[in-house]
Design a protein around this ligand. Structure first.
Ligand SMILES: C[S@@+](CC[C@H](N)C(=O)[O-])C[C@H]1O[C@@H](n2cnc3c(N)ncnc32)[C@H](O)[C@@H]1O
Length: 528
């Protein structure tokens, strides 16, 4: 019976029928254990018990492999540990355990596993495989410790092939109470624009092609349902993920929420335990959590080169879920594979809250209010407060807006705003706020030869406006695009070092320092 179960399980494993093979291996393992205990008592021959133990070890290892394929990493780890209790240096098990630990982002433990695997005599025929894994562990561990990622080669290859493997990384940040709402993420050290703040792997992500027309909504709904199932499954399997996901906001009573320790988000430090089905997350609470925290994937490859443009992805990334929205954001996110990369889009001071834009902040106050409302909150950022005050006390702004609705000449509108700011005593940095709010008309004017001929001398230069806007909202593709076009128009080409450096700085703020080679950054910006 044991023999027939074993061959059936092996066959299923080879056919990659993971679920079924787990079932049969489980029967085999249970029966083997009974047989071992019976044989130990009745058969004095130690060889027969040893043989049974060896085949139990292999079965545990194979079940671990199948479980790992289904991303049931913690159960797989448990199988590996049981197999290693039987044979301490069982090569296949150590290789499997190393891969599982890699899947759990526990790079140093994975490296230890592969090192131990080298002791086994079977390693000699598989030296190359083990070495490749060891190098991978070292690279990822270094990334996780230092945050030094470089995607330049992938960018330069035109995003060809699979996206590069990344490590999870947590920079100098902490979770604290936020003045905006509930908890927020804060910098504990000064951060220079472009520097990574964190890199997090999705708890779950669903991608699909949405198509067009009426089918879009239907496709989106199917994807959402699959996404909810995936998150449910993921938190069921892993206790830490369940705790982390259940710590997220449901959008209600945020100020009463607990502040979790940042170490809970460090996979390398966390002690993992398998999920306890009795403690699974209430499905209604999970739906509210996903409603508030799920994000649409913003893949760098799709954004820049249109690769996989037709794909739509929705996912949940735990630590980024603590980042509040601000209309004066200082960070941005990009997505590479299943990872969300958050980086500073302008310099951030130690102690400052890290925020990114949930929606387009190059929009007027009323439009931003509408967008925040559709997200289910009323924005409490300082820009909204300043602009609201100005709006209440100032009839002129409303008149300018009404003029814009009637289709007044964009140059005239910019002129009115600039002249108005002198009268309304809007000074220094605050000028950037209003310019950001009416960015659309500024952009139209600077892009039109006709309007520039008429209004150019009466309004500030494009550089002045752009600097003041990027000062308050950080880098943005549209600012960068305008700067590139401005440089081209002036026929400076790429020979003007000062302009070029400015554009590259904006580029770093948009795409982060993960693209460290200048040539790659220029490709993303559209200069190569
Ligand atoms: C992804 S969570 C951000 C973290 C959340 N503050 C917490 O404590 O878990 C999104 C929720 O935070 C709140 N929020 C984010 N940005 C905000 C802002 N600028 N003003 C007011 N509330 C905000 C809203 O309740 C929103 O639904």
């Amino acid at each position: 019976m044991l023999q027939s179960l074993r061959s059936k399980a092996t066959e299923l494993l080879l056919r990659e029928e993971w679920g079924e093979s787990i079932k049969i291996y489980t029967q085999f393992i249970d029966l083997s254990r009974i047989q071992i205990s019976d044989t130990s008592e009745s058969d004095p021959d130690p060889d027969s018990v040893a043989k049974l133990r060896r085949s139990l070890c292999l079965a545990l290892c194979n079940r671990a492999e199948a479980r790992a394929r289904l991303h049931d990493f913690l159960e797989a780890l448990r199988d590996c540990d049981q197999a290693l209790e039987i044979e301490k240096t069982h090569f296949k098990t150590l290789l499997c355990k190393g891969k599982v630990l890699l899947g759990l982002s526990k790079y140093s433990s994975a490296l230890e596993c592969f090192k131990t695997a080298l002791i086994d005599p079977q390693a000699s025929g598989n030296l190359e495989t083990v070495t490749v894994y060891m190098e991978k562990c070292k690279k990822l561990e270094f990334q996780a410790k230092t945050g030094s990622f470089d995607l330049s080669d992938w960018v330069l290859s035109g995003f060809r092939g699979r996206c590069p493997e990344l490590a999870e990384f947590i920079g100098s940040i902490e979770i604290k109470k936020s003045e905006l709402s509930g908890r927020g993420l804060f910098a504990t050290k000064n951060v220079v624009a472009g520097t990574l703040v964190l890199v997090t792997k999705a708890v779950a992500i669903q991608r699909g092609i949405l198509g067009n027309g009426e089918s879009v909504e239907k496709a989106q709904l199917v994807m959402w349902n699959n996404f909810v199932d995936e998150v449910t499954e993921s938190v069921r399997k892993c206790d830490r993920k369940r705790r982390v996901v259940s710590a997220l906001s449901t959008g209600e009573d945020e100020d009463k929420l607990e502040i979790p320790e940042i170490s809970l988000f460090r996979p390398d430090e966390a002690v993992e335990t398998c999920g306890d089905s009795k403690q699974s997350l209430d499905s209604e609470k999970l739906l509210s959590i996903l409603d508030v925290n799920a994000m649409v994937e913003d893949a760098i490859s799709a954004k820049v080169m249109g690769k996989n443009k037709e794909y739509y992805g929705v996912g949940i990334w735990t630590l980024p879920s603590f980042i509040n929205h601000s209309c004066l954001p200082n960070a941005r996110r990009v997505h590479v594979g299943d990872y969300a990369i958050v980086h500073a889009s302008r310099d951030i001071k130690a102690g400052e809250e890290i925020s990114f834009a949930y929606f387009d902040v190059l929009s007027p106050l009323e439009k931003r209010k509408e967008m925040a409302e559709s997200w289910g909150f009323s924005c409490g950022c300082s820009r909204c407060k300043i602009e609201s005050m100005l709006y209440v006390t100032n009839q002129e702004i409303r008149e300018i807006e009404m003029g814009l609705e009637r289709g007044v000449d964009a140059g005239n509108a910019v002129y009115m705003i600039e002249e108005g700011m002198k009268r309304w005593k809007v000074k220094g940095k605050d000028k950037g706020l209003l310019r950001a709010s009416y960015w659309g008309v500024y952009d139209e004017v600077y892009n039109s030869e006709r309007l520039m001929k008429r209004w150019g001398r009466k309004i500030p230069t494009m550089e002045v406006v752009m600097d003041s806007v990027s000062d308050v909202i950080g880098s943005d593709e549209r600012l960068m695009k305008l700067a590139v076009e401005g440089m081209m128009k002036k026929n400076l080409g790429s020979s003007n070092i000062v302009e070029m450096e400015k554009i590259l700085k904006l580029g770093k703020g948009v795409y982060s320092k993960v693209v460290s080679k200048k040539k790659a950054l220029k490709t993303l910006i559209g200069l190569e």
